[in-house]
Design a binder for this molecule. Sequence first.
Ligand code: SF4
Length: 392
Amino acid sequence: MTPELERRLPELRSAAQAEPLGLYLHVPFCLDRCTYCSFTTTRDRALQPATTQRLIAEVTTWGTALDRPAVDTIYLGGGTPSLLPAEDLAALTAALRQAFDLGPLVEATLEANPGTVDLAWLSQARDLGWDRISLGVQALDDALLAHLGRIHGSAQALESLDLAERAGFRRRSADLMVGIPGQSLAKVVADARTLAATGLEHLSVYLLDLDKACPLRGEIDAGRLALPSEDEVADVFEALQEALPRLGLQPYEISNYARPGAESIHNTRYWERRPYLGLGPSAASQLGEFRWVESSVIPAWAEGRGEPDVQELDAAEILSEVPLLGLRMHRGLDWGALRQEAGRRNLRPLCDAWEARLRALAREGLVIWEGDHVRLGARGMLMSNGILQMFV
Ligand code: SF4
């Protein structure tokens, strides 16, 4: 923990004791680098033992510093957490149990990459108490997967989902990607059908988002590959909005579909703006009025160097995040409660200005008001990027 965070410790501790936390742990290693990836991850596995040891030590440090706070969700993400040897996963899990009060725990998710899991590893993870798995399937088309630089084919992705079920994971999620060069609308819908037929309970559908530095961006800029147009992408999302509910997967957030009651509890906490502690290179935390992001330089983080970027949010920033995040969810939000909160923070004019714009969008059919409750309609969801800009 750096001196800046130590100085804030009394406030952080009181926020962590006020309600159960979510924990996010970042494992920044991958077998290969996908061509579209800009996450904090490396192929340099020589760094893995020291980074894992530091992650375990950080769990202990933070649990002690925050007085062993209650935790209700844990998410082990990456990178590729399924590259952790089973004994390291066991040591990390033991440290979590020791450092935090896991009495209220309702969900412990681990991310895995198809092609890096076998039945023995999955069974051990399940035995350790991890009860939900999120698999990065992305597409069920070997040519598209090769473009993306994925280390697995479509058969291996489906096999990994099957292995997870056999290992006892009742809670399985997959990621599907939209907007890949060469991907057809019919194929995305067919992939979604195939995934739904495996009985998984949750599907995340993400738009391919390319950072300037990633290799796929270079291919596109050089004219060797072309991204689908905005209209084509919108058609795909519209087709999925229609197809997935018929397959039992209801939309509950802009990018997420689930069987009833199977929504991701951990991810929902981000949209509800509930507190979370992130540990690992580039992991983000939000406790009380503070937010910080750990260093993304993996060797520096592993050695305890690298200052996190700590931000203290003001009242207007905190208030604007409530609709910015809450309107991502299909159930929307209680505007009456937001108005009251704005009053307490002397921000009523800001809230009234947002409300006027949302009421205007309702006249265009993009936003739905039901009494004092507001949500985006189906078309509003497709145009959410533009609509939510008013809160930024
Ligand atoms: S598996 Fe995920 S984190 Fe790793 S390189 Fe691919 S997209 Fe990035």
